[in-house]
Design a binder for this molecule. Sequence first.
Ligand SMILES: [Zn+2]
Length: 116
Amino acid sequence: MTAPKDAQLLVALQDLEQMIKEAEDASKRAALEKMGFPVTGLEELRKAHEKLEARIPRALVSRYRRLTQRLGRAVVPVVDGVCTGCFTNIPSSFTSAVNQDKVVYCETCGRILFWP
Ligand SMILES: [Zn+2]
C-alpha cells in the first residue's frame, strides 16, 4: 500500500473540519438529535484532526489555512477538467504533475486541486 498523497490528506482534513464544525453547532446538533442522530464523539473527531494535521507538511497546512480564510473551501475537486472552485479549465498537463505526487494549485483561484 502506498502512502496517501498530501492532497488526499488535505481533502480528509477539510472533511474532518466540516464535521467538527457541524458537531460544534448547537442548533444543528439539536436538530440532528431530534431526527434520532445524536452527535457524539466530538473529542474523537478533534483527536483525529490533530493526528491528520501532523502528517501534512507544515507549509502546506498554513497555505491551506490561508486559502480557507479567503475562499471558504480550500481543496476542490476537478470535474470534467474544470476547477469546481472557479470553473476554469485545468490544463491536462496538471494531471501528470498529480501523478508524480505533487500538490497542484488552480492557476486562476489558487485553490488546491484533487481528482476524485
Ligand atoms: Zn480555480
